[in-house]
Ligand binder design. Structure first.
Ligand code: SAM
Length: 283
């Protein structure tokens, strides 16, 4: 009989957030795969857990996953933990889960802390629809592509950032998205937890005066549907009626349907479009 994989969420700062089920599982499995064993030993010592650990991190995630799958095939139960929070959320885990699935090994997840969800609930921004970006990529081209996509995103956006990159990221968001509402969630669950609802511009001036410290989740307001509609209207208004008409006729509409659509886009009566194209008269 194969063993199984347990994805174990661990505290993001406050050890009181360790769930009893995670503590029991870490105690009872045969092996713990940890992102940084030197860091996780403190957590295990705190809870009196003596299970042996092996490292599983970004740079060995493929070969080590094969080793761990081999161990589970031999009947060993393995738990995966990251430095903090939920494995596979901006942390290694995904590859191991895929390889377990391919090998027919059962995987279960023991839910617990995740900085993104903690921040979202505290942000005061819409939690009905949201998207998680994690860290923006360091590659410039890739980042520019993602920022362009985020500009049109109507859901609340969650971004992870380290303090030494915070000002740069706020500047890039300001440039691409404009001065939106943002909530900066810092040092969540820790002694100096701070939740700052503000705007991107105001956050930039704040961190022009003081140095960012600690770990941050940025919760950014999505683009409102009203704003999208206003922009769409403005883009039509900047076109001549002839160019607006040919946009639709070139797309395959007949003149009558195009006139109706152009009138709707510009918020005017169809007869006004007709008059502009054919001179005064009825359509
Ligand atoms: N797996 C983790 C999770 O479930 O949230 C995320 C790990 S990712 C490598 C680390 C990033 O998460 C940090 O740079 C920061 O953006 C965010 N983070 C983690 N702990 C945090 C905390 N206590 N307060 C604010 N942000 C935190």
């Amino acid at each position: 009989m194969s063993g199984m994989l347990y994805l174990c969420a661990t505290p993001i700062g406050n050890l009181g957030d360790m769930t009893p089920r995670v503590a029991e599982t870490l105690q009872s499995v045969d092996l713990i795969a940890a992102e940084d064993t030197r860091n996780s030993i403190k957590l295990l010592n705190h809870f009196g857990i003596r299970t042996s650990m092996t490292s599983y991190h970004e740079y060995n995630k493929v070969e080590k996953a094969d080793y761990l799958v081999g161990q589970m095939r031999l009947g060993k139960n393995v738990a995966l933990i990251s430095d903090a929070g939920t494995p596979a959320i901006s942390d290694p885990g995904e590859v191991l889960v895929q390889k377990c699935q391919e090998a027919g090994i059962t995987v279960t997840s023991l839910p617990g802390p995740a900085a993104c969800i903690t921040a979202l609930t505290l942000s005061g921004l819409s939690a009905r629809r949201f998207c998680f970006e994690g860290f923006l990529p360091s590659d410039k081209k890739e980042k520019a592509q993602i920022l362009t996509e985020l500009k049109e995103e109507s859901r609340t956006i969650l971004i992870y950032e380290a303090p030494h990159h915070l000002v740069r990221t706020l500047g890039e968001l300001y440039e691409e998205l404009g001065d939106r509402r943002i909530t900066l969630c810092r040092e969540l669950t820790k002694k100096f937890e701070t939740v700052l609802p503000t705007t991107i511009g105001a956050a930039l001036s704040l961190y022009g005066r003081e140095e960012p410290r600690g770990e941050y989740v940025l919760v950014v307001e999505g683009k409102s549907l009203r704003q999208k509609e206003e922009e769409r209207q403005a883009s039509w208004q900047s076109m001549t009626i002839e160019a607006h008409m040919s946009f639709y006729t070139k797309g395959g509409m007949d003149e009558k349907a195009a006139m109706k659509q152009v009138a709707k886009d510009r918020g005017v009566a169809k007869r006004e479009i007709y008059a502009a194209i054919h001179g005064t008269g009825m359509c």
